[in-house]
Design a protein around this ligand. Structure first.
Ligand code: URA
Length: 242
């Protein structure tokens, strides 16, 4: 199998071939026709398929979305996961916290932030009188555990993005809190440095967004907890002012 075919298969798109200038219906009827035609190079409609997938996800309700995430094979992360982790909490929450991706315990239990970092996140929430599930929704940039808890690759966050986009559209939070760099970069679609971005108000499609340290980072970098506390105060002030 060629690298292109195996990438497609991993993305859950399968080999989709369409001849240049051929009507879509004809191509759909003869998916492998290109291989039989000498001198006509078949064009892979990778981005069209990705767009169609994103468009379908953009119409889903919670049940359908949960089922799609549970069965997702759109990137290689599905290979090693025990289960996909959609998110948890109040689906009409004012607060949406977005992390990076499930770790081992989350993969095991199917809920985000239930390990050590999750305990710290719960404590951070409590510090500003918030509680998991109570006007708070917690999700991740990617729904499947990256092996060894590595940072998700750009193609993995891209493949998972339609799910998070749909969660945001369904929840319509008043404020989004990006926990750590990968979440901030996914939501803002650009390079982000946490130290330079914290304490500032951004927006994602008209929704105010703030950035703070990922709790797992704070567990390793205790002195930055004081800065995280400032960030919590900033997000609480921001929410009050909305
Ligand atoms: N770290 C994350 O970013 N998300 C989780 O769900 C757990 C740990």
């Amino acid at each position: 199998m060629s690298r292109r075919d195996s990438t497609l298969r991993e993305m859950g798109l399968g080999p989709v071939w369409r001849l240049r200038d051929q009507p879509a219906e004809v191509a759909a009827e003869a998916p492998n026709a290109g291989a039989a035609l000498d001198g006509v190079s078949p064009r892979l409609t990778f981005s069209e398929s990705a767009n169609e997938r994103a468009a379908a996800i953009a119409t889903m309700g919670w049940d359908e979305l949960g089922a799609a995430v549970a069965a997702c094979r759109a990137c290689a992360l599905c290979e090693a996961r025990k289960q996909a982790v959609l998110g948890v909490g109040d689906v009409e929450a004012d607060w949406l916290f977005v992390g990076e991706g499930p770790g081992a315990e989350e993969d095991e239990r199917g809920e985000p932030f239930v390990g050590q970092a999750g305990k710290l996140l719960d404590a951070m929430l409590a510090a500003i009188d918030l509680k998991r599930g109570d006007n708070v929704y917690i999700g991740n940039s990617v729904k499947c555990r990256p092996p060894g808890n590595r940072t998700p690759e750009p193609d993995e966050t891209a493949a998972c993005w339609p799910y998070l986009a749909r969660q945001i559209a369904l929840i319509r939070p008043k404020l989004i809190v990006a926990l750590g760099r990968p979440a901030a970069q996914t939501l803002l679609q650009r390079e982000v440095k946490i130290s330079a971005s914290r304490g500032q108000l951004f927006e994602h499609q008209g929704i105010p967004l703030v950035i703070t340290y990922h709790p797992a980072y704070l567990l390793r970098n205790l002195p930055d907890k004081a800065r995280a506390w400032e960030d919590l105060c900033f997000m609480r002030r921001t929410m009050k002012g909305l």
